[in-house]
Design a protein around this ligand. Structure first.
Ligand code: ZN
Length: 165
C-alpha cells in the first residue's frame, strides 16, 4: 500500500467522527505564522491548537508573492492581527547559492524550467528572517501597525530566538 493509500484509509476512519467540523475558519487567537515546511516544527512546538492560527509554510519560510497574497487574505478577510515569521537552523536552503540550487535541480531532473524563478537559498538565517520581515513590512496591503515579529527556531534545542530588525 502506498502512503497515499494509507492516508485515504486513515481519512475514512477520521470522517466517521470529523471532530473538526465545528472549528471556525477564522483563527481563534488571530495569529498568522509563516514558517518552513521542515518536519521538526509543528503547531504544538508553538503551543498552538487546531483552529488557533493560520500556518503558512514553504521551503525556507520565505515571504513570496503568494505568501503576501495569503497574509492579505488572512488579515483582511479572516481577522488575523499578528504575524510571526520563523526560519530555522539546519534548513535545507541554508548555505546554498541560487546557482547551486538551480544546477542541482537541473542535473537531477535533466531539464530546465521557467519556474520557480528563485529558490531563495541563504547563508545567514537571522539576516534571512530580517529580509522576510522587511519584505512584509514594506507591503502597502499589510497595515504598518500590525505586530510582525521574526524568529529563528533552533532544531537542536526546540527554542525560538527573536530576531530584531
Ligand atoms: Zn527549512
Amino acid at each position: 500500500m502506498s502512503v497515499i493509500d494509507e492516508v485515504l484509509k486513515a481519512n475514512e476512519a477520521y470522517a466517521q467522527h470529523h471532530e473538526l467540523r465545528h472549528v471556525s475558519p477564522r483563527p481563534k487567537r488571530r495569529l498568522a505564522v509563516l514558517t518552513c515546511m521542515d518536519t521538526r516544527l509543528e503547531k504544538h512546538t508553538l503551543g498552538l491548537a487546531t483552529g488557533d492560527a493560520h500556518i503558512l509554510r514553504n521551503a525556507g519560510g520565505i515571504v513570496t508573492d503568494d505568501v503576501i497574497r495569503s497574509l492579505v487574505v488572512s488579515h483582511h478577510l479572516l481577522g488575523t492581527n499578528e504575524v510571526m515569521i520563523i526560519n530555522h537552523t539546519d534548513c535545507g536552503l541554508m548555505d546554498r547559492t541560487e546557482e547551486e540550487l538551480q544546477r542541482l535541480v537541473l542535473t537531477r531532473s535533466g531539464s530546465d524550467a521557467v519556474a520557480p524563478a528563485r529558490f531563495f537559498g541563504f547563508s545567514n538565517v537571522e539576516e534571512n528572517v530580517r529580509q522576510q520581515m522587511q519584505k512584509l513590512r514594506s507591503h502597502p496591503w499589510i497595515p504598518k501597525e500590525m505586530p510582525e515579529r521574526g524568529f529563528v527556531y533552533d532544531v537542536k534545542t526546540g527554542r525560538l530566538k527573536e530576531v530584531l530588525l
